[in-house]
Design a protein around this ligand. Structure first.
Ligand code: SF4
Ligand code: FES
Length: 247
């Protein structure tokens, strides 16, 4: 396939960015989207130009590092798919493809297509863990039976890879699907109950401090989430938050 690429280039977070045009030839349909960008970068490096910076790590849909807006959609056109799992067979010979970074004031652009998502790390650090000291008093995990529906809900919430597509898809740049998933993965389990009130209070406080917007129930986050995290987790976040306020 021969393609026209329109890619956001930005030197650093202080510089103004712009869309630049690139032509790329002989792309195989079985290549991944990131392999196509690797080939573009090889060509740019060979001709003495600066390669396009983009985030990636595992390239198998589990780390959440890849983060491109492709033709206006975070992670591109396939449902439940990360950018690294998207393949070029999804496009046609002669297509023009727009490639931009994730949008959101709380995700400032570092360079080209790479954004700073450390706001998510700080939200996690505010309470996304269990810190109860069980030293010398550890109970065998199998001694605490957990109803299957609760285990399933916790597991589904824990599938969130922290990519930030929910923020990029939301017109309010809301992080509530991410925070909802991180709160819910513990809220459904007995070991998460002990610190439940502090967890939700501190994570929501940090989420607000980072400048993410509020949820207005458009559902864009769930539609673009590569792990298909349900908006039920936002309802659960709201429920946990209200419960934390009841003494
Ligand atoms: S909820 Fe989905 S879109 Fe948001 S960070 Fe988690 S995996 Fe990414
Ligand atoms: S590079 Fe790890 S999820 Fe895409």
């Amino acid at each position: 396939m021969d393609l026209q690429l329109k890619i956001w280039r930005q030197k650093n977070k202080l510089n103004k960015g712009e869309i630049k045009n690139y032509s790329i030839k002989n792309i195989e349909p079985d290549m991944s989207f990131l392999e196509m960008l690797d080939i573009l970068n090889q060509g740019l490096i060979s001709s003495g130009e600066e390669p396009v910076a983009f985030d990636h790590d595992c390239r198998e849909g589990i780390c959440g590092a890849c983060s491109l807006v492709i033709n206006g959609a975070p992670h591109g056109p396939d449902k439940g798919t990360t950018t690294c799992q998207l393949h070029m067979r999804r496009f046609n010979d002669g297509d023009t493809i727009y490639i931009e970074p994730f949008r959101g004031n709380s995700f400032p652009v570092i360079k080209d297509l790479v954004v700073d998502r450390s706001a998510f790390d700080r939200i996690q650090q505010a309470g996304g863990y269990v810190s109860v000291n069980t030293s010398g008093n550890t109970v065998d995990a199998n001694a605490t039976p957990i109803p299957k529906p609760d285990a399933d809900k916790a597991f589904e919430a824990a599938a969130c890879i922290g990519c930030g597509a929910c923020v990029a898809a939301c017109k309010n740049s809301s992080a509530m699907l991410f925070v909802g998933a991180k709160v819910s993965q513990y809220a459904h389990l007995p070991q998460g109950k002990v610190e439940a009130k502090e967890r939700v209070t501190n994570m929501v406080k940090q989420m607000d401090k980072e400048g993410f917007g509020n949820c207005t129930n458009t559902g864009a986050c769930e539609a673009h989430c590569p792990k298909e995290i349900s908006v039920e987790n936002i309802a659960n976040l709201n429920r946990e938050y209200l419960l934390s306020k009841i003494k």
